[in-house]
Design a binder for this molecule. Structure first.
Ligand SMILES: [Ca+2]
Ligand SMILES: [Ca+2]
Ligand SMILES: [Ca+2]
Length: 171
């Protein structure tokens, strides 16, 4: 997630098959063609995108803004320059941290994504309840995101969703 600093081995974009150290046309230019080292956003983007995908695999209803915040807040501040509000112009928010990002993913049934499963989440579940065989209306009567409340994603909020909610309740 930084602007510069880390050096990773990277595949070239200049060849059809990626990294091609034995290209007969450019035998001496493999390094300058970005196949040896790559820094900055070019090398930061793939791990950041991969960790974003990992976060979404754990909780698929996160918004892009929420995923970004999870990655930024969990990033490690690296380098010698000081950070202001967890940011500096050389490294951005620092080095993205997969472990911290996954730990910050909201728990199942935390519909308002405030890190607990409590009465507010229950209110959403209740408002979105469609009864046995019914289908959800989205948004709910009070503007609730009923797609989130449909825990098993079967287009209805019924006893199965309530049972799953109960088992995840933290209070
Ligand atoms: Ca909550
Ligand atoms: Ca709460
Ligand atoms: Ca359901």
């Amino acid at each position: 997630m930084g602007k510069s600093g880390l050096h990773l081995q990277a595949a070239a974009l200049l060849y059809a098959d990626g990294y091609t150290p034995t290209d007969p046309l450019y035998p001496d230019q493999w390094h300058t063609k970005n196949t040896g080292q790559s820094g900055g956003t070019s090398s930061a983007t793939p791990p950041a995108a991969g960790i974003a995908a990992l976060v979404l695999s754990k909780q698929s209803d996160l918004t892009p803004v929420e995923v970004r915040a999870i990655l930024e807040q969990g990033a490690n501040e690296i380098g010698c320059q000081s950070y202001v509000d967890h940011y500096n112009k050389y490294y951005g928010h620092g080095r993205v941290n997969a472990n911290a990002a996954l730990a910050a993913v909201p728990p199942p049934c935390d519909f308002d994504h405030d890190a607990d499963v409590d009465v507010d989440d229950f209110d959403t579940l209740n408002a979105c309840s469609s009864g046995p065989g019914g289908t959800i209306q989205n948004p709910g009567p009070g503007g609730e995101d009923c797609d989130r409340a449909d825990v098993d994603q079967d287009n209805g909020v019924d006893l199965i969703d309530f049972a799953t909610f109960q088992s995840n309740y933290t209070g």
